[in-house]
Every structure is written in structure tokens, then in C-alpha cells.
Design a protein around this ligand. Structure first.
Ligand SMILES: CC(C)(COP(=O)(O)OP(=O)(O)OC[C@H]1O[C@@H](n2cnc3c(N)ncnc32)[C@H](O)[C@@H]1OP(=O)(O)O)[C@@H](O)C(=O)NCCC(=O)NCCS
Length: 164
């Protein structure tokens, strides 16, 4: 069973109103469509389905539209951000920063530390994570598949949620 978090309050940003919602099986077609256009190596639909029961699955909505989503796992005081995506049409507008800040505050209800892994080439994500205080704490060599049969390192980041 996934832990339950009190969802953050809606917020206004760039003239739009955004709200938070847990997503479920009925929302997967829309969420998975975003996933497929956001990554060269997207998660499989199966991974999303199994996450619905075991992880915290929170999306950001503008009206009925899903704009962004995050999947977090929780184990004894530690959280891990398994996925964090802002749909392409909404990137570069400050939505990711607002969504991440709210998710971290929510995660602090159940965890003291949050971890994540990111491709070393993913400069936008690295800049975003470092801007909210994540520090690199490790590296997993050749962790991700990459073009032409190559592999790419994962950078492991952590943030202490107790001092948010
Ligand atoms: C990474 C991602 C979540 C950022 O979301 P976003 O809504 O575009 O981010 P924001 O507009 O809030 O920008 C926040 C910060 O991120 C960084 N950033 C965002 N886009 C960037 C880019 N193209 N290049 C460099 N830094 C960037 C900057 O530090 C920016 O702060 P600034 O505007 O003060 O410079 C988004 O690009 C995304 O979903 N990418 C595809 C999925 C992915 O890679 N997820 C992370 C996997 S670990």
C-alpha cells in the first residue's frame, strides 16, 4: 500500500490555476501519452500500473488537462522520486519549479530525506534539482541505456526535507 499524503493547495502561476490530484487507472492513457513524448526511453505502461498500488502518484492539472506528474516511493523515512515530468508544452515556464517545491513539501509529511537519479546529460533536470537544494551524493556508472547501444551514468541526488 502506498503512503497517503495531504495534497498541496492549488496555486496561480502565469495567469493560470493549477491543482494537484492523485492519478489512477482511468488517467493512465493521458499520463502515459505525456511519458511517451517526454523521454527517449519512457517507462512502460506496466510500470505505471504497478505504481498505482505501491507508490504515490501525483499529477498537476490545469482544469481537466494533466500538465505534469511525479511518482514517489516511500520506505521508512526515505522517499525517492522515481519520475518527474512536465509536459513539453508547459516546460520552461516555471511550472516544474512550482510543482517540485510543492511535491517536496508534501513528501516531507512522511520522509526526512528524498533521493533521485538523473542522467548526467539531463542538464535542465539537474539545474532544476540543484536550484531547490539537491546535492549530488553518488554516481551509478553505465546505469541508463543510451543511443547506439551505449550506456550513460546516473547521478544520485539527495535532499534533506527537514530543513525545507
Ligand atoms: C526537467 C523538467 C522537469 C523541468 O521542468 P520545467 O517546467 O521546464 O522547469 P522550469 O521552467 O520550472 O525551470 C526551473 C529550472 O530548471 C532549469 N531548467 C529548465 N529548463 C532548462 C533548460 N532547457 N536548460 C537548462 N536549465 C533548465 C533552470 O534551472 C530553471 O530555472 P530558471 O528558469 O530560474 O533558470 C522538464 O524539462 C521535463 O519534464 N523534462 C523531461 C522529463 C525529465 O527529464 N524529467 C527529469 C528526469 S530525472
Amino acid at each position: 500500500m502506498a503512503v497517503e499524503l495531504v495534497l498541496p493547495d492549488p496555486f496561480q502561476h502565469a495567469g493560470e490555476r493549477f491543482s494537484f490530484a492523485t492519478f489512477g487507472a482511468a488517467d493512465l492513457p493521458a499520463i502515459f501519452a505525456i511519458e511517451e513524448r517526454s523521454h527517449r526511453y519512457p517507462w512502460r505502461l506496466e510500470n505505471f500500473r504497478s505504481s498505482l498500488d505501491s507508490h504515490v502518484c501525483i499529477g498537476l492539472r490545469r482544469g481537466e488537462e494533466w500538465v505534469a506528474y511525479g511518482i514517489l516511493s516511500f520506505v521508512v523515512g526515505e522517499a525517492e522520486i522515481l519520475l518527474f515530468v512536465v509536459d513539453k508544452a508547459w516546460q520552461g515556464k516555471g511550472v516544474g519549479s512550482r510543482f517540485l517545491a510543492a511535491l517536496l513539501k508534501a513528501a516531507a509529511q512522511k520522509a526526512e530525506t528524498v533521493f533521485l537519479e538523473v542522467r548526467e546529460s539531463n542538464q535542465p533536470a539537474i539545474a532544476l534539482y540543484e536550484s531547490v537544494g539537491f546535492n549530488q551524493v553518488g554516481l551509478r556508472p553505465n546505469y541508463y541505456p543510451a543511443a547506439q547501444g551505449r550506456r550513460e551514468d546516473a547521478l544520485l541526488y539527495a535532499l534533506d526535507l527537514r530543513y525545507l
